[in-house]
Structures are given as C-alpha cells and as structure tokens.
Design a protein around this ligand. Sequence first.
Ligand SMILES: Cc1cc2nc3c(=O)[nH]c(=O)nc-3n(C[C@H](O)[C@H](O)[C@H](O)COP(=O)(O)OP(=O)(O)OC[C@H]3O[C@@H](n4cnc5c(N)ncnc54)[C@H](O)[C@@H]3O)c2cc1C
Length: 396
Amino acid sequence: MISTKYDLVIIGAGCAGLSLGYQLSVMGAVSPKTLLIESRLSYENDRTWCFWEDKANPFNSLCTHQWKELLIINKPSEQILETTFDCHSSPYQVLTGGTFYQHTIEAIALNSNLELALGIDLLKEPEYRNGLWYLKTNEGSIAANMVVDTRPVGTPAMHGATLWQSFSGYEVECLSEIFDPRAAVLMDFCPSNSEYTGFTYLLPISKNVALIEFTSFGVKPYAAPALRAHLEESVKKFLNATDYKVRRSEYGLIPMGLKPLDDDKAQHTQGEDYYVRVGVNAGAARPSTGYSFQRIQNWSVACALSIVSRGVPIAHVKDPYLLQKMDALFLNVLKNNPTLGPELFFSLFSGVNPRRLIRFLTDKGEFLDLWAVIRVLPKVLFLSELLKTLIAKLKN
Ligand SMILES: Cc1cc2nc3c(=O)[nH]c(=O)nc-3n(C[C@H](O)[C@H](O)[C@H](O)COP(=O)(O)OP(=O)(O)OC[C@H]3O[C@@H](n4cnc5c(N)ncnc54)[C@H](O)[C@@H]3O)c2cc1C
C-alpha cells in the first residue's frame, strides 16, 4: 500500500525512472523518500540496449556481449562497398532489458527510502497547489515536493520530430552455428528510396544466436507491421535458408530532432523547478542517432546528485551549440535527401578515425573530432542545405 506524501515521485519506471531510482538507491540514507510509479504490472525482456563502452557506466559489467569490429555495407549500384569500423578503443556493447530491470529493481528494494509501485497509472497531469505537486492515480492521490516525469508522452502528431527512427527486430536462434560472434554488422543498407534511409543490423551474440533488426530514418514513423516485410527479407538474407526460431521480437520508435515540448511546459508555470520531464521524448535521444541509453545514465547521475545536494531535480542538459547545429543540419540533409543516407553514413564510418567518431557519437567530441566529421561529408550538399535553412529563417 503506498502512502500519500513523498519527497519525490518518479512517474514511469522504465529506463530513465529506474536509472534515477538506482542512482538514488546507492546513495543510501541521504536519498529522499521516493516513490516510483509504473503502469506495467511486471517487467519483460522487451529490449536490448547497445552503446559504446564507457568506463563510467554502472552497467558495464552486466553487458552480455561486445564487438570490437563493426561492418558497414553499402550497395550504391551493382558493386558492394564494405568497410570495417575498428572500435577496439570503445567496444560496442549490448545490455539486455531483462538484466537491467532486474539489477536496478533489486538495488531499489535494498534502500528503504525508495518504493517501486507497479500497476499504478497516472490518470491526469500533475497539479501544483500550495507548494506541493498532486498526482491522481488509479490507486488514489499522491503528493510530492518534487516530480520527475518520464512518461513517453508526445506522439508524432503532438510534437513532431525532424525524422523518426522506426525499428523492428527478431532475436533468432539457429539450428546450426552460422554467425561469427566477434563481428557485428552495424548497417547493411537497403536500396535507396525516397521515403527513408533504411538498413539492417545483425548483432551476433553467439555462433547461433543473433539480433536482426530493420531500421528506417524517415519523416514518417512506421508501426511494426509496416516494417515486417523488410525484416523478414533481412532475416532470409542473413540466415541463408538455415532453420531458426524467433526467441523474442522488439519494436521501437525514437524521435530524431524533437521539437521543444512547449505545450507541456506551459502547463507547469508554478513550481516548475521541482517538476521535470525527462526520457526519450524529452531530450534524452541524441538527435542525429537516437542513442539514448548512455545519455540517460549521465543524466541520472547528475539528477540524483542535484536532488540530494540541492533538493531540485534536473532535466537533460542541452547539447553544446555547435553539436546542436551539426545534428540539425545532418537531419535536414537526410530528410531532404534520403537516397543519399547510405553514402553519408558510409563516409562517416570509413573516413573518420574511429576514436574521433566514437567521441563525436557519445557527446564527448572536441572541436577536432567535429572537424573530422565535417571534413568527410559532401560540402556542397551541406552548404546548400544550410543556405536553405537560413533563407527559410529570414522569411519567417
Ligand atoms: C526496442 C527498443 C530498443 C532500443 N535500443 C536502444 C539502444 O540500443 N541504444 C540506445 O541508446 N537507445 C535505445 N532505445 C531508446 C531508449 O534508450 C529506450 O527507449 C529507453 O527505454 C527510453 O527510456 P525512457 O525511460 O525514456 O522510456 P521507457 O523506458 O519507455 O520508460 C517509460 C515508462 O513510463 C511508463 N508509463 C507511461 N505512462 C505512464 C503513466 N501514465 N503512469 C505510470 N507509468 C507510465 C511506461 O510503462 C514505461 O515503463 C531503444 C528503445 C526501444 C523501444
């Protein structure tokens, strides 16, 4: 039974909510009295997170596999172009959702200041009255000094994004050992088309188990059934008639270049320092890639510290100005030239020093890393897109 007054309520106990709960739990007795409310009744192994190794990541040791070489394949015409991206410096790692959920939930249960309540739905927007936030749930009302809201609100129609990353995948188990678990395929591009930049990735976890996922970067978000035919085609191609069974399937939709959440901010004009929106639809996703997991981890460490030291939760920090502009320009180029997507990504992975590119992709890029990225991209295309954006801004 949940009590009614807390220092902090975290709405949604998915990746962001549990990450913050985990960081607070390891702080011990100084952590605030916290309730995490989560609408699901139980957790399933519903996703896998991939990211470049970062020694500061508390979940490094839980990763089930890593790759030090990644293959990128492009077929601009009859010829096949392949490049191997050497990531020995920061291997590409995989963490299963099931492992993450279990580990964080166990840690939260060890700290008596924290409580995780499943099957609790927030029914309407939190209200601020007399210095407290009131939350109406299916199990009654709760009051809190601080609220961290991780609900993935914002459907495409509500807020929009420059592009949507839609993906659908199977974890397959084959009867014979056909994979090389040391090397993954990061991007195997499908033929260019005017709707989206599409590719498949193959992440072999053992000689006979792999995750195969079809992904599109497009203006339109696609539901899982719309991606199925491409996924089946990729499975057929990679498995080459080998017998297999699907152990698990997953689907995701990630905004790339999210428009600001103006509507939501307007609803919280009072006490807004004590209410923050975070998570994949509130700035966690890196606009140009959709990568969110590491950014959520970095945020959760900073937010837990801020809560404990100042009594104030914090949202995701904005990317540095130059990075914001580079990501926005890259997304606009992709949006207006989806047929050129394969060539652009191939140039990045084949032309930029891996250490520099990984620093750029993981928000740690310095000026020379950003320059190395700019150097390999087609100048005329990017300058003309930049010019178009400037002219459009002047007209408004
Ligand atoms: C299949 C999949 C694979 C992904 N793979 C990667 C990857 O490889 N690398 C990467 O960096 N990112 C990846 N992402 C993107 C991102 O890391 C994840 O989406 C991540 O889970 C986002 O965390 P979140 O907390 O914002 O949202 P979620 O994890 O979705 O958590 C939000 C929680 O809020 C709960 N909730 C919603 N409404 C209410 C309500 N009214 N009341 C109470 N609770 C509510 C939901 O049940 C949910 O548990 C992936 C996403 C998906 C879907």
